[in-house]
Design a protein around this ligand. Structure first.
Ligand SMILES: [Mg+2]
Length: 390
């Protein structure tokens, strides 16, 4: 079977502005930008504003000078991270192999999804693009190829709402006619310097002799040549892979609107997950609570401790506040989940915590065993430990 283009790069278009426009659709089609007014810079500009010469990062005062009717939008605290999370959550409905590179860019690896043709992959990724557009009102560009390098260049080629597929075997031909500045690591200055030496297009690299390449790129000429051919072996690293995370979710048969009930379910998950963490002799540092509404929109909030632990006590007080932060809409919930991440090996507890935590750990371990004997927990050990001081 011939290889399939299973690596996808996605890049949201004018992300901060798109998040704002999702809330203020009346501003669609206008020259607008997100940025600070006084001595600030533009951090995201609509395509209409870009056509007027506004780019990022540009001092706001300058942007207002060249584009006097620019509508300046202040940063909305918390909004972009939340939308980003929702966007990547939608990606994870397609594949668990999702690598977030930044708030609005990342890679998906569809290699384990069982797709059997390029057409099927294309159709599924278009479906994802559509779903992000309809649920979040965020335009996203996609590039699909056999590796990260080519998919990333492809996604940036036809923005906004781009969708570029590079069939396997055509990587070098795809890159050849593009300006050399499209290659990662070649900034405007390097590009100008290379242009001055007669090198304009990526395809021209392949036509150079070894010594010419060496004089242009020095020691890194071999990598440059491989890059120009569209070769790239890097794997997609998921956010949860080395440090595997511990998570659990519960879908309610009927939507639940009572806070205390959700909190009780979340705390039970904390108990059960940390019992597993102890069993694996690991410690965790970050807790994330996710809630999902009946219409499948979801919100996530997380917090990290200063030190990793395998005990309930430090996480217990965070459950209710995280739930409140995540559950912002006055709607009943369909699902709640708890995840622990930033997993560390258990052997490195700091000395200063050693004594009291060691006692608690032993006690918790004993209770884990007791709880495993029957189908029902004998003791709600997390609640007991949580009630202790410090
Ligand atoms: Mg972007």
């Amino acid at each position: 079977m011939s290889p399939l283009p299973t690596i996808v790069h996605l890049d949201a278009d004018a992300f901060f502005v798109s998040c704002e426009l999702a809330l203020k659709p009346e501003l669609r089609g206008t020259k607008c930008a997100v940025g600070g007014r006084e001595r600030g810079i533009i951090s995201s500009a609509s395509y209409e504003a870009r056509a007027c010469g506004v780019y990022t990062p540009m001092p706001t005062q300058r942007a207002l000078k060249i584009c006097p009717d620019l509508i300046l939008l202040p940063h909305t605290s918390g909004l972009y991270g939340k939308v980003s999370q929702q966007m990547f959550d939608l990606c994870e409905t397609l594949t668990p192999l999702v690598q977030r590179n930044s708030i609005d860019e990342g890679y998906l690896d569809l290699g384990l999804c069982g797709f059997t043709s390029a057409a099927e992959i294309e159709q599924r990724v278009r479906g994802l693009q559509q779903r992000i557009a309809t649920t979040l009102q965020i335009p996203v560009s996609f590039g699909i190829a056999t590796n990260k390098l080519v998919s990333q260049i492809a996604s940036k080629l036809r923005k906004p709402r781009g969708f570029v597929v590079v069939p396997p075997g055509t990587e070098a031909a795809f890159l050849a006619p593009l300006p050399i500045g499209k290659l990662p690591g070649i900034g405007a200055k390097t590009e100008a310097a290379l242009n001055a030496r007669g090198l304009r297009l990526i395809g021209e690299i392949a036509g150079k002799t070894e010594s010419e390449l060496e004089s242009l790129f020095g020691n890194s000429w071999r990598e440059m040549l491989a890059t120009a051919r569209g070769e790239d072996e890097r794997a997609v690293h998921t956010d949860h892979e080395d440090a595997k995370s511990y998570s659990q979710q519960e879908t309610f048969s009927e939507d639940v609107a009572v806070f205390a009930e959700i909190e009780r379910v979340a705390k039970r998950m904390v108990d059960e997950l940390l019992a597993k963490v102890r069993e694996d002799k690991k410690r965790v540092r970050t807790i994330t609570v996710k809630v999902r509404y009946p219409d499948f929109t979801q919100e996530t909030h997380g917090r990290s401790l200063a030190n990793a632990t395998d005990l309930e006590a430090p996480f217990y007080p965070l459950v209710a506040p995280l739930l409140r932060e995540a559950w912002t809409m006055r709607l009943p919930l369909r699902l709640v989940s708890v995840r622990f991440s930033n997993v560390e090996d258990g052997g490195q507890q700091l000395e200063m915590f050693a004594e009291t935590d060691e006692k608690r750990r032993r006690l918790a371990g004993v209770l884990d065993k007791l709880n495993n004997r029957g189908s029902h927990p004998v003791v709600q050990h997390g609640h007991q430990l949580g009630a202790k001081d410090d």
